[in-house]
Design a protein around this ligand. Sequence first.
Ligand code: DAH
Length: 339
Amino acid sequence: MIDKIKVYIEEVNSFSTNKSDELEAFKNKFLSKKNGIVTNFFNEFRNIPPESKKEFGQVLNNLKNNVEQKYASIKESIEQQADSNIDIDLSLPGENIILGSLHPVTVVRRQILDIFEKIGFVTIETPEIDDDWHNFTALNFPPEHPARDMQDTFFVEKNPDVVLRTHTSNGQIRFMEKHKPPFKVVIPGRTYRNEDISARSHFMFHQIEGLYVNENVSFIDLKETLLFFAKEFFGPKSKIRIRPSYFPFTEPSAEADVTCSICDGKGCNVCKYTGWLEILGCGMVDTNVLENVGIDSKKYSGYAFGMGIERITMLKYGIKDIRYFFENDLRFLSQFQNL
Ligand code: DAH
């Protein structure tokens, strides 16, 4: 019996093939659980006389190991051969690598912040989840004030004191509570309103808030700053127009328009044939707001403004629907790659 095994060992050692099916047949012939040669020998084990059991076991194990090694080494060489058989044409052009790009909101946010940083504004970040005091009360929205209805608010966990901020104006309070004038800051961030999604409005969008407080700040400073921004952002020929408006935290309050950059003020469907685009709200910081954060309103005055990033982007590039910003459609996003 041992001699028979040795003959099989010879057979295994001299076996060679480069075909996978022959290799699999070889493996099955020896190792198959049903009727494999090695398996059958193992079944014989109990019939071997005790004095030969040891040698029998060793020789049989040799056979088994040789089969396994042979199988593994031939399998590897067949696989290598398969790899090297693939024709490689080194002259083919490479596949295009598709690079990601910055989101248009990020691109425009940076453009806007860069403009204000040039004239001394410092960018700061403030919380998106805030309390009633910072989002409303300190900004001169008393409880029950109808102006609260202008901004449909999301409350966190039915707690009326914890809100998703409805505007970045909360950042004015957050900053002024901790700093003494003079200061000049811009505050970018996400804002939320409980509104139906449509071409014109979304429940989540982005704003940039500006705030300057110092001695003797006047409305003229505000106008100059906004004109500088308009020319830098929309082009050097831009003009601005200031209209009276109402916000609880500014007095007087205003809205600023810029000449339509799509039609140069001649009238088109983006500016609804008026030649003007409304770009932001602004005004002189209300004395109540300064007092709420412990700043002496007799000594200091300030201006503030706030603009929507999506809105400004839509006006600058003639985008008709705010939903494009949030749908991750590459046909839209890739158009902002080279800005
Ligand atoms: N917070 C206002 C809004 O979301 C925008 C705004 C208006 C901000 C006037 C200001 C401002 O700082 O002075 O509608």
